[in-house]
Design a protein around this ligand. Sequence first.
Ligand SMILES: NC(=O)C1=CN([C@@H]2O[C@H](COP(=O)(O)OP(=O)(O)OC[C@H]3O[C@@H](n4cnc5c(N)ncnc54)[C@H](O)[C@@H]3O)[C@@H](O)[C@H]2O)[C@H](O)CC1
Ligand SMILES: [K+]
Length: 503
Amino acid sequence: MISSERMAAVDANAAALGVPRKQLMESSGNAVAQEVRAASDPGDAVALVCGRGNNGGDAFVAARFLADRDVTVHLLGRPESIGTDIARENWEALRAAEVPTETVADSAALDLGSPAVVVDAMLGTGVSGALREPERTAAAAVNSLDATVIAVDVPSGVDADTGRPTGGDGAVAVEADRVVTFHDAKPGLDRLDAGVTVADIGIPAAAERYTGPGDLLAFGRDPDSHKGENGEVLVVGGGPYTGAPALSARAALRAGADLVRVACPANVADEVQGYSADLIVRRLPGERLSPDHLERVADLAADRDVVVIGPGMGDAAASVEFVRRFLAEFAGRAVVDADALRVVPEVDTDAELICTPHQGELRGMGGETAADPTERADLVRAFAAEVGHTILVKGRYDVIASDDGERVRQNRTGNPGMTVGGTGDVLAGTVGALAAQTDPRTAQTDPRTARTGTEPALTDPFQAAAAGAYVNGLAGDAAAEANGHGLVATDLIDRLPHALYDE
Ligand SMILES: NC(=O)C1=CN([C@@H]2O[C@H](COP(=O)(O)OP(=O)(O)OC[C@H]3O[C@@H](n4cnc5c(N)ncnc54)[C@H](O)[C@@H]3O)[C@@H](O)[C@H]2O)[C@H](O)CC1
Ligand SMILES: [K+]
């Protein structure tokens, strides 16, 4: 089972692995052709009703495979309005091959004849909102035919995640007899009374197992976002160390947070502020974090999207006690790193934590690790389910597991030069910034559920951790390009924006 959003990410990861979408489209189209063949006889009339996106592109490919059927391809719209290169190239190949095609400008002119099979390739996962013309009239025309209706990927006008019409209950959508969907089942298709074929289209398992550019799609900068919608982060740390909280805070800014505050003991506050004028430093009396700071830090944390707790705090008993009691009361979202990690397994909290241990810290938390990445992935997902929080274990391959242990992903970016001190602080700040972003879909009215964007939801913590590991490693790789293994943690910070947005 895979969501549309995850499918788009996997698609992009496949392309980055060297399996381009046009190749996937060829496999998609071939799978559709096989389904048409199974539902018809040589010489039967087959009408392929095609939209202007890649869903239509799949059917252009299918038509090419169906040489022994009497096919007619109906394009809803002008050829120059075909929206993607790979669909257009497949349309042009049909034209060059003199496969019968019709271009339908006005839906009233759509004449499908009386085919044995109709292929519904108007809209797939690119649909948004209720069907507009000409797809709307075309869908009604398809439904009125006495023909086997085979939908490409998802029946047009149906939301693949919910199985409900994208225009709301009762809205027009194609009623398919069969659906050929790609790579993995879609949650909403089970609700339909259509038969479903899940076609393997050659997407490598690595596109799901490892992070890739697709994992950043959820963090694209929302063009009309306002200050604060891209997240406010509070870094709580420092004491024996001054660099760590500043590295985390500066990384959070570079990874897209709008405002970053640092709550740190007074004795290091000036030095932390000295690292960057972009930081807002809130000093806590004394030289170490301690339970005396609980009320002040709880106040500072209350209106922030994410707290990053631990960088440079050291392991003084009072500081560890502070973390234990802070987390016991905290009900928001926090990235937990460094010496704060050890309290997580024992503290009962309503907070949504993203823990970022290296393998030694994982063992210190009571988790297990293994040299083999796949074995490590299984151990980490079991531990994440046990503690009930997202876990990102740093290593040659970082392993990220969701808080229910259901999802696990590995990150391959990064290099041995990153064992230098401070890169973990940069990672914690990067994850904090991504975890503080609002999910662009919920920030406005969602056409599929018509839910108004009241309190926009924060992005998925597992996704934020996976994307954070990926981006931090990319920045580390860019730093290694420039400085070899002499790279230092500050080299990563200014490379984070490029890693996030210029992939
Ligand atoms: N890995 C894979 O799963 C692959 C999937 N493939 C196919 O690609 C489509 C998704 O293609 P995309 O171009 O993103 O979008 P669509 O073709 O589904 O639709 C976009 C098209 O439709 C118009 N549109 C959007 N909403 C509406 C509406 N409510 N009414 C009318 N028209 C609408 C929009 O303007 C665009 O023109 C996926 O489903 C698979 O079939 C690839 O083949 C490769 C691998
Ligand atoms: K479709």
